[in-house]
Design a binder for this molecule. Structure first.
Ligand code: FHN
Length: 445
């Protein structure tokens, strides 16, 4: 193993990995992008030695802790309840199709077996187990894809220097060689893409800490795609996608929105899209954050994401013991009961012909449109669709016909009563388009 590592380092040092000119995604990558678009729902997991302090993944800098003292946490990390299969089962039961795990967060601690640094879960903790390996196996067994969060920021290594705007108060030495840091990341990415089977995607984060640095991203992305051409690259830089990226994420917002303040410069691209959100208010385990969102709100976020052509990556911060907080488990189960029934109105769909509206969104697959009514105070709904004719319109949950009328403004759905379901879904199957063209108002029961 040490030998392989040395070879990797030598190869990297020899500059054998030139930057790619113009990124052309492979057929495998394009297929994975379609898989990703179909998947709609994933589980985000923020877990590391920070979880022991139960104050979120930023505790090191937020509390102005001394980094050398923080490192000592590793010696006490023994998550006796950690069971990767249980995590994967919970995700699957919730209707999720992939898991994105923090292989290394900004604190610089690696949750996998790496030869690039002793500061990792196998070498520095009494636990001594490779969390990424166990998760990769569990995901394979449960039929989920594994994505890996990988921080570009590092508040631990001296070679993450010059510092960015974060992590300056942790008592680190103000010196180091940036090129060493780039080589370190290449070595770790090589391990992650070599030792754990197919990785669905890499979820980079932290570029924003020093946007002007020489990150050599295109070269780094070329390395990733050379090792696993199908691996989707996303980077949470909060901008429009850079060359070489395969999907675009939006933090705590739907594409095109900027309520959380991260996405002001994030022009929505044609790439597959993903919104990430937390079950409570923080990402890493925070013992005082009891502010969990109701299942209804999270289901609405999932449905709205789909109506905006995006996936939802929903976060849980496991406890230091390795199990999920009780409230998060209940939420995942509740959401799972909903996706077990309504999943077909989301998976494999794309945004529908009606753009997102205050009352809800539409999704579509083939000749079928799903009208997701999330918040309507009336028993009628006008869809501004004028160029299609209805073959069949039914309430999705029980198949009862929905009365509808074609008017000059579009298609009027008469729902019979004001909808009260979490998501009242009307399924519309359209007639083949060559039959369109008839004019006039017509009511169907
Ligand atoms: O700083 C991180 C934060 O800890 C968390 O990982 C989120 C997830 O989207 N991203 C960063 C902030 O943009």
């Amino acid at each position: 193993m040490r030998k392989i590592f040395a070879i990797i380092m030598l190869t990297l040092a020899a500059g054998a990995l030139p930057a790619q000119e113009k990124y052309v995604p492979s057929a495998e990558n394009l297929a994975n992008r379609e898989w990703f678009r179909d998947a709609k729902f994933g589980l985000f997991i923020h877990w590391g030695i920070y979880s022991m302090l139960a104050d979120g993944e930023w505790v090191l800098t937020n509390k102005g802790l001394n980094e050398k003292e923080y490192q000592q946490l590793a010696a006490g990390f023994y998550p006796s309840q950690f069971d990767a299969r249980e995590w994967a089962r919970l995700a699957k039961e919730a209707g999720m199709k992939y898991i994105c795990f923090t292989s290394r967060h900004h604190d610089g601690f690696s949750m996998f077996d790496t030869e690039a640094s002793p500061y990792n879960v196998v070498d520095a903790t009494p636990f001594g187990r490779d969390v990424v390996r166990e998760l990769a196996e569990a995901c394979r067994e449960e039929g989920l894809k594994l994505f890996l969060y990988y921080s570009h920021i590092d508040w631990h290594r001296p070679d993450y220097y010059p510092w960015g705007r974060t992590g300056q108060q942790t008592g680190r030495e103000p010196s180091g060689t940036w090129d060493d840091y780039l080589r370190f990341m290449d070595a770790q990415l090589t391990e992650l893409l070599t030792n754990y089977g197919p990785i669905g995607g890499l979820w980079f984060d932290g570029w924003w800490d020093k946007p002007d640095a020489d990150w050599q991203l295109e070269r780094q992305y070329a390395l990733v795609h050379r090792l696993q051409p199908g691996c989707l690259i996303g980077n949470n830089h909060h901008r429009a996608p850079f060359e070489g990226e395969d999907f675009q994420m939006f933090e705590r917002d739907l594409p095109g929105q900027n309520t959380a303040g991260y996405s002001g410069e994030a022009t929505v691209s044609d790439l597959p899209l993903e919104s990430c959100e937390t079950t409570n208010q923080t990402w890493g385990y925070n013992i005082s954050d009891r502010n969990y969102k109701p299942a209804k709100q999270l289901i609405h976020t999932l449905v709205k994401a789909a109506g905006n052509n995006a996936n939802l990556l929903l976060n849980v911060g496991p406890r230091p013991s390795g199990d999920f907080p009780t409230e998060a488990v209940s939420l995942l189960r509740e959401i799972g009961e909903w996706t077990a029934v309504y999943g077909p109105t989301l998976y494999g769909t794309r945004a529908g012909e009606v753009a997102p509206q205050p009352w809800g969104v539409t999704t579509r697959r083939g000749d079928t449109t799903y009208v997701h009514i999330l918040d309507l105070k009336e028993a009628e709904l006008l869809l501004p669709v004028k160029d299609k004719r209805v073959r069949k319109a039914v309430t999705f949950k029980d198949g009862t016909p929905v009365e509808h009328e074609r008017t000059k403004e579009g298609l009027l759905l008469r729902l019979g009563q004001i909808p009260t379901d979490i998501d009242h879904v009307v399924e519309i199957i359209w007639k083949p388009s060559r039959q369109t063209g008839a004019r006039g108002t017509k009511t169907h029961k």
